[in-house]
Write a protein that binds this ligand. Structure first.
Ligand code: ADP
Ligand code: GLC
Length: 486
């Protein structure tokens, strides 16, 4: 099968969250299954062609991309996704993509991703390459299915192409004024006088993808169900209900070449389920590094997160005074909203032996926290899939999570009444979104931490789980076949 895969971020090139992990890994797995895969992303400032051995694609040369009647001259860099056969195309347009961050609140944010979306289609035209499946991800590529049909519909190259859209997070919809559709040069009837693409008097790129893609999915079964309810659906419920026949949930896989304590290049002491001695050494290393005292009897709670409400940061903050009264230590790595940073900064000053907080983005520290912590806290308000709790399972770092979305699908609550039975659980979870429910679960976890036998069992239950892409990539293949049969 020929598969085109478009995303606004992909590891190792550019990342703000799990979207990059998934979009840099799934295409490689699809290629391993014998498919011909090409990926497309913007060439941001930090995507350095020398570092990755990419080169200017002179075969493609100049693309002329029209936005609101104005032509933009765009170029393309070409390379491979590392260690794979996957062709990678990088849309090079410095006025749009050389910004301080991947995503901005600049006035032309819509145009940046309209241009990218058109470039993806025009690159395939230049290559004369006709994909069976065009797989797009989140709002940044949400216009592609509409553009393909309504603007490039004349091109027979795409007449057999089926589109698949994955919702990684419904909280981000690409909502702008209706002008955006004009800039994209979509036919007026789609957005004037209450045309189908209008959402509450605005443009909405996510809605476009939901309406126009042949098949839609999200990244866990539970989140797929949650999105059909007003509480989680973020205004998209009606559109999704309309598409339920073509709507699925597929849990993300993870890359165990990167997130695996046996091979992790960032951690000084490798370890495995058979020999956890390295884990204790990593804990000591981590605590030394961040300046907290080491005591093997005190459970260390790790948090790695975007500092936004989605991740349950509000209830962590609310629970913090009581958490800091418990016999625990906490290391937090986060980036996001400033007011959350300030709270954790203050709290770390107040409890310097118990809490260390780091802000910004650090791949190394993220790995060290996964490896060195005893418990991983992820009390998300909503969580489409979540990768950190899956990484935690592999590192014997017992997750404490809120039972929602992918967290509910990947963490089984520990059954203390059947501790030595079969399938006894891999972590601790709670349902109610509140500081008190969070505290209760943390207390359950630290209580069981004291019992070494029990703790080992919870750890080994988690470490034996397999969330590699093997299964999920096959599910995506089945999804593509469903799209093709439509
Ligand atoms: P989301 O994509 O919603 O942020 P996920 O759990 O799917 O949540 O993925 C988050 C990814 O981003 C993980 O790979 C995690 O390690 C990484 N990450 C999040 N915050 C940071 C940070 N401050 N520094 C380094 N990595 C981070
Ligand atoms: C989003 C979600 C996260 C998911 C990731 C990859 O960022 O918030 O839950 O794991 O996408 O699909």
């Amino acid at each position: 099968m020929k598969i085109a895969f478009a995303s606004s971020e992909m590891i190792p090139f550019a990342k703000t969250g799990g979207l990059a992990d998934v979009c840099g890994t799934l295409p490689k797995e699809l290629a391993k299954l014998g498919n011909e895969v090409k990926v497309f992303m913007p060439k941001y400032y930090e995507v350095n062609e020398y570092e990755y051995g990419h080169h200017y694609d002179s075969l493609i040369g100049e693309l002329k991309i029209s936005l609101n009647g104005f032509m933009h001259s765009v170029h393309v860099f070409y390379g491979k996704l590392p260690n794979s056969k996957v062709d990678a195309y990088f849309v090079h347009y410095p006025p749009f993509f050389h910004r301080k961050k991947l995503y901005t609140s600049d006035w032309d944010e819509d145009e940046r991703f309209i241009l990218f979306s058109k470039a993806v289609i025009q690159i395939m035209q230049k290559l004369g390459w006709s994909p069976d499946i065009l797989h797009t991800n989140d709002w940044q590529t949400g216009l592609i299915p509409v553009l393909l049909r309504e603007v490039y519909g004349w091109d027979s190259l795409f007449h057999k192409t089926k589109t698949v859209f994955t919702i990684h997070n419904i909280g981000y919809q690409g909502r702008f004024s209706l002008e955006s559709y004009k800039r994209a040069e979509l036919p007026k009837h789609l957005y004037e006088n209450g045309g189908v693409l209008v959402h509450e008097n605005d443009s909405n790129f996510l809605k476009c993808a939901i309406l126009y893609s042949d098949v839609i999915n999200t990244v866990s079964e539970t989140y797929a169900k949650e999105l059909l309810t007003p509480e989680y659906g973020a205004g998209m419920v009606g559109y999704l209900w309309h598409r339920t026949e073509d709507y699925y949930g597929i849990i993300n896989g993870v890359d165990y070449n990167i997130w695996n304590p046996e091979v992790d290049k960032y951690i000084p002491h490798k370890f495995s389920a058979n020999d956890l001695s390295g884990k204790a050494k990593n804990k000591k290393y981590l605590l030394d590094k961040v300046g907290l005292p080491f005591n093997s009897d005190i459970p260390l709670i790790g948090i790695v997160t975007r500092l936004v409400s989605q991740k349950g940061v509000d209830i962590i903050v609310e629970a913090l005074p009581e958490l800091l009264n418990l016999k625990i230590q906490i290391i937090l790595l986060g980036s996001g909203e400033k007011h959350f940073e300030e709270i954790f900064q203050q709290a770390a000053l107040f409890a310097p032996k118990k809490l260390a907080a780091f802000f910004g983005y650090s791949e190394e520290l993220a790995h060290l926290i996964e490896a060195g912590s005893d418990i991983f806290l992820m009390p998300s308000q909503y969580e489409p899939c979540g990768l950190n709790q899956i990484y935690s399972l592999k590192y014997g770092t017992v997750p404490v999570v809120r039972k929602t979305g992918g967290l509910a699908d990947t963490v089984q609550d520990w059954n203390e009444y059947n501790a030595y039975g079969e399938d006894t659980g891999t972590g601790f979870s709670f349902y109610e979104y509140s500081a008190s429910a969070l505290l209760q679960s943390v207390k359950r976890a630290i209580n069981d931490f004291k019992n070494e036998l029990v703790w080992r069992k919870i750890q080994s239950n988690g470490m034996s789980k397999d969330y590699s892409w093997k299964n999920s990539a096959k599910e995506y293949m089945a999804l593509y076949h469903r799209a093709l049969s439509k």
